[in-house]
Each structure stands twice: as structure tokens, then as C-alpha cells.
Design a protein. Structure first.
Ligand code: ATP
Length: 314
């Protein structure tokens, strides 16, 4: 790709207020060609708002967003962009009095459907039945076929796997991976950390409408450290477990159990624990849940503080 080729998705200081209520504030990031990008954040963080503004469904209060170089606030440019875009909303609804086949015919006429048969084999639905009678899983599968059958350069999805059974989820992840191999871009919001771990190259995390993290999943996990859970027979002195390399200490329950997050250096840990009677000890790499919960829980002040986080903060 030449350096002048537009990026699939670019946000520049994107802001949306609903009256006085903040939806998103000052979001700036770029999604590159061939990336699978996860857009994460707690309930009410602003993910759906951002997606709706990106799709031109809501007008930004400030800032800009562009899809493959086309500005989303320009009607003509947005129409052009949508020819190359697949969209999967969080609440899939179709006109009730049509069959699955008719739904696909409609979208096929608008944007093309060269992958329709292939996708229907992978995400089968009762095509001749009225969509009103569809289960939520079948409705989601139909929406996947509709969103991907024109082989869009960019797919934007709001919680795409909600309501899908594990086998179908797996098929969906494989579809995203094939798209990546073909240089196509996927952007989706998610609450499912295991899927983020499995398929995402990079994630952006928002909280209270603002971007608080933007990095590769690999880097975020590498910064997550090691989780040590230890149960001691004696009560340690206050701060005795806050030795160098420990990013966080939490007492768990009343039976002398502590959870430590530390850098991958064990000498200081072994030194300190040798002063006590160790009843239980577990050492493991931080999981994606350990690392990401840091961005979801606590207060915004916690996120700014280097000592009270779990060591995952940049
Ligand atoms: N139509 C609306 N009118 C007023 N406020 C809204 C509207 N839609 C969203 N908001 C507010 O904007 C903020 C962001 O909401 P949004 O739905 O974008 O979050 P989200 O990250 O998608 O949440 P979830 O994970 O629960 O889907 C919230 O404070 C929400 O109450």
C-alpha cells in the first residue's frame, strides 16, 4: 500500500454530545488496512455512539471521521464509502414480512453478493422462511451474510457474536482471519475478552467517552506481568509485600491470602516469602481478563496512578 492511500478508518478528535450528555470525546485513532481491531469499554463508555457517528447515522458535535478516505459527514462521500463497507449492528432488525432470501436479494441489488452462496454454506439460515420467525441466532447469521456477501474492504460491527453459538462464533472468527489474510479490515466492539485475545491485532479501549488505551493485544498482555497468589500462615507486616517489582498487592479474604502483580523477576519474591510460612502459592502469567479488568474497574484516578493499578497501565 502506498503511503498516500487512505486508511480504512480514521478518527480525528471525534466528539458527540447528546445535549449535555457526553457520548464520546476527542477520539483520535486510525485503523490500518488488514487489521482486526477490537473496540472495547464498559457499558455506556460510548462504543455504539462512536460506531453510529462513524457510519454517518449520528452527526458529530466536533471532529471528523473518514471511511477509506471518504468523510462520513458528506452525504455523497458517505454513499460512496458504503459500497465498500459491511455493517453489522448490535440489534439486528429486518422488515418482518420478508423472507431471508428477500433480505439478501435486497442488499445484493444495492451492493453486490458475490460471496452469498459460500457464506450461506458457512452460516446457514432457513432462507424461505419469514425473518419474523427467525431465532435471534439465525437473525444474526443472516445479518453476517448480508454484511459480508459483497466482500467489503472494511467491516464495522457492534458486538457481532452476541447470540451466536460457539461453533458459529468460531466460523465467524475464521472469516475475520481470512479477511485479514486478504488485506481486508475489520473493526468491532466487544465485551468478550476471549474473542479479543483470539482474533484482534490491536485494541482501543474507551471509558467515559475517551480513549484510554490503544495498543496491540500482544503488548498489552506483555505488560500484564505475573500474578502470584500466596497464602501465608503469619500476617505479614504492612507493606512487607510491596517489595521492588510488585505493581499491586490485594488482600483476598481473611485467611491470609494475597494476590500480587509483579514484573517477571522472582528473586525478590522468593527472598521475601522465605520470611514466612507459605501455605499455598500459585504463579501464572496474567490472563487477558486480569489485564483488561484494570481498564474497566476502579476509578479514573486509579488508571492514572502507577502504584494502584495492576501494572498493566502504560
Ligand atoms: N440517544 C441518546 N440520548 C442521550 N444519551 C445517549 C443516547 N445514546 C447514548 N447515550 C449516552 O451516551 C453514553 C454512551 O453510550 P453508548 O450507548 O454509546 O455506550 P456503549 O459503550 O455502546 O455501551 P454498551 O456497552 O452498554 O452498549 C452513555 O452515557 C449513554 O447514556
Amino acid at each position: 500500500m502506498s503511503s498516500t492511500e487512505p486508511q480504512p478508518l480514521e478518527l480525528e478528535s471525534l466528539t458527540k454530545y447528546y445535549g449535555d450528555v457526553r457520548g464520546i470525546e476527542d477520539l483520535t485513532f486510525t485503523v490500518s488496512r488488514g487489521e482486526i481491531f477490537g473496540f472495547l469499554g464498559p457499558n455506556g463508555a460510548g462504543k455504539s455512539t462512536a460506531i453510529r457517528v462513524i457510519l454517518g447515522l449520528l452527526k458529530p458535535t466536533d471532529g471528523t471521521a473518514s471511511l477509506m478516505g471518504w468523510t462520513v459527514t458528506d452525504r455523497t462521500e458517505l454513499r460512496e464509502a458504503k459500497q465498500h463497507l459491511g455493517y453489522l449492528p448490535s440489534d439486528v432488525t429486518f422488515y418482518d414480512r420478508v423472507t431471508g432470501e428477500e433480505v439478501l436479494d435486497h442488499f445484493g441489488r444495492l451492493r453486490g453478493d458475490e460471496r452469498r452462496e459460500d457464506l450461506l454454506e458457512r452460516f446457514p439460515v432457513p432462507l424461505d422462511r419469514n425473518v419474523k420467525a427467525y431465532s435471534s441466532g439465525n437473525r444474526q447469521k443472516l445479518a453476517i451474510v448480508a454484511a459480508f456477501m459483497h466482500e467489503p474492504d472494511l467491516a464495522i460491527m457492534d458486538e457481532p457474536t452476541s447470540g451466536l453459538d460457539p461453533l458459529v462464533q468460531n466460523e465467524f472468527y475464521e472469516l475475520l482471519e481470512e479477511r485479514r489474510d486478504a488485506g481486508r479490515t475489520s473493526f468491532f466492539s466487544s465485551h468478550i475478552l476471549s474473542e479479543v485475545r483470539r482474533v484482534c491485532d490491536r485494541v482501543g479501549i474507551i471509558r467515559n467517552g475517551r480513549l484510554i488505551e490503544l495498543d496491540t493485544v500482544e503488548n498489552i498482555l506483555a505488560d500484564g506481568g505475573t500474578i502470584v497468589t500466596v497464602r501465608l500462615a503469619e500476617e505479614p507486616l504492612a507493606a512487607a509485600l510491596e517489595f521492588p517489582g510488585v505493581a499491586r498487592v490485594d488482600r483476598q479474604g481473611d485467611d491470609g491470602k494475597y494476590r500480587l502483580v509483579l514484573a517477571r523477576e522472582f528473586d525478590a519474591l522468593i527472598d521475601r516469602l522465605s520470611e514466612y510460612t507459605v501455605l499455598d502459592l500459585e504463579v501464572r502469567e496474567a490472563s487477558i481478563e486480569d489485564v483488561f479488568m484494570h481498564f474497566y474497574g476502579g476509578t479514573d484516578e486509579d488508571l492514572d496512578s502507577p502504584t494502584s493499578g495492576n501494572g498493566a497501565s502504560p
